[in-house]
Design a protein around this ligand. Structure first.
Ligand code: ADP
Ligand code: MG
Length: 427
């Protein structure tokens, strides 16, 4: 602080050594003469002291170098607020690298047709029949998705192989705020952008996953409650996620808040969701179920419907507390209701490398769960928490951010593990 009470501008001095990234750094961006990073123009000045260009360094535990192509560098990423934009299916020549058209794709869910996604397509190749009113400011969501893939996977060498059979993954942890919803949304988007057909089932009455995917879930919208309580088929409440091909969502409205109690008197109350998913006529590669922060009947329904449990663990002091209770419940469900259930994946979230505690928690979790813990660790990153307020995942909101690259790596690991050690409901 100066004598007159002024502070140095942290962006100029880089005085504070805050490694928590608030922005994307695109290698070569500045040297290319661009005045701003892609989304700098619509971002407030950082409150931390990180100069823009030092946001990512080689020791970044969750970061991954982004070899942005020149094309990727000059494409501005803009926030999209348009509800009118529509995805135009990519042609075969625009297919994602490594994505081989699969005959399974013909068994589309009735809600929408799935198109192989084309990250290698150029802007010119993208044809929209529906021109946004202000194209300059408001490019279609699908173009943002396309740019996301160009930035995350510029050379196209990373593929996310589709599993042989549907993998139903329950994202559970009875603690709130550990990153269940964020993990569900971002893994689902990352896998869908790389050619997997993904369904997200929002099983939390708060409807955060529906919000994060920008799927309407106000009162009156048919939702998962209808399936659980009134036996409405899942396909009747499934909505296509705008702008992300191959991604669908079963939303949750506030009605779901009553389901926990209403389920008590319903026949086969623990397996309502499992039956609904099994009866779905379309084929999905992944079904992610975003659980509420409790171990009630909704979570039990998710555990009965799934083959795999994905537990996000926040790198904080109380992280492991209460986990025993979750594991006990999983064991009970396995013994009595769903013998195929297994904890397959642990993901460390909100890792803050400034603290030794985060390191200690990581070690504890790795010692305890071994190779179930993904190598990818999700850092605490402000872009991750900003994205939902724009109805986007961080993958499309800021694909170069450490949050996005880490979720991309996590999705890749999950996809590769699914091919190496297939986990199947029918196995
Ligand atoms: P849960 O579903 O377990 O309750 P959420 O996914 O809703 O947890 O996350 C809780 C809060 O933490 C949200 O505000 C979310 O935006 C934020 N958050 C989640 N992951 C991160 C992250 N990696 N970095 C920063 N904020 C995060
Ligand atoms: Mg949640």
């Amino acid at each position: 602080m100066h004598d007159d009470g002024r502070y140095d501008d942290p962006r100029v001095t880089g005085a504070a050594d805050d490694p928590v990234s608030r922005e994307t750094e695109y290698p070569g961006w500045r040297s290319a003469g661009a005045p701003q990073s892609p989304s700098e123009s619509d971002r407030e000045a950082p409150t931390s002291g990180v100069p823009w260009s030092s946001a990512r360094d080689a020791s970044d535990p969750g970061g991954r170098p982004v070899n942005a192509t020149p094309e990727a560098r000059v494409i501005p990423i803009r926030r999209n607020t348009s509800a009118s934009a529509r995805f135009e299916p990519a042609t075969a020549s625009q297919q994602a690298p490594g994505v081989v058209p699969d005959p399974r794709s013909t068994a589309d869910p009735p809600v929408a047709s799935a198109a192989p996604y084309g990250p290698t397509g150029t802007d010119a190749a993208y044809v929209s029949h529906e021109t946004p009113t202000r194209e300059e400011d408001d490019p279609p969501l699908a173009m943002e998705a396309m740019r996301a893939v160009q930035i995350l996977n510029p050379s196209g060498e990373v593929s996310m192989p589709r599993p042989e059979r549907t993998r139903v993954m329950c994202v559970a942890n009875q603690k709130g705020g550990v990153g269940k919803t964020t993990t569900t949304v971002n893994l689902a988007v990352a896998l869908a952008l790389h050619g997997n057909r993904v369904l997200v089932v929002d099983l939390d009455p708060q409807g955060n996953a529906s919000t994060g995917l920008n799927v309407p879930h106000h009162t009156g919208v048919p939702d998962v409650y209808e399936c659980l309580i009134n036996s409405v088929p899942l396909e009747e409440v499934t909505q296509a996620v705008e702008g992300i091909p191959n991604l669908w969502c079963v939303p949750a409205t506030i009605d779901l808040a009553g389901a926990e109690i209403e389920l008590v008197s319903v026949v086969a109350r623990e397996s309502r969701l499992a039956r609904a998913i099994d009866a779905y006529p379309g084929h999905f590669d992944y079904v992610f179920i975003d659980c509420p922060p409790s171990l009630g009947l909704l979570t039990v329904n998710a555990l009965v419907a799934a083959q795999e449990v994905l537990i996000p663990i926040q790198c904080e002091y109380y992280a492991l507390e209460g986990l025993n209770q979750l594991i006990n419940n999983i064991n009970l469900v396995r013994q009595h209701l769903n013998p195929r259930l297994a904890v397959s994946t642990i993901l460390l979230t909100m890792y803050d490398r400034r603290t030794r505690l985060a390191d200690a928690v990581e070690q504890d979790v790795r010692n305890h769960f071994g190779d179930k813990v993904l190598q990818a660790v999700i850092p605490r990153n402000v872009r991750v928490s900003e994205a939902p307020s724009y109805g986007q995942s961080v993958m499309t909101y800021d694909p170069g951010s450490r949050g996005a690259t880490s979720y991309f790596e996590a999705a890749q690991e999950i996809a590769e593990r699914g091919v190496k050690e297939p986990v199947s409901r029918n196995a």
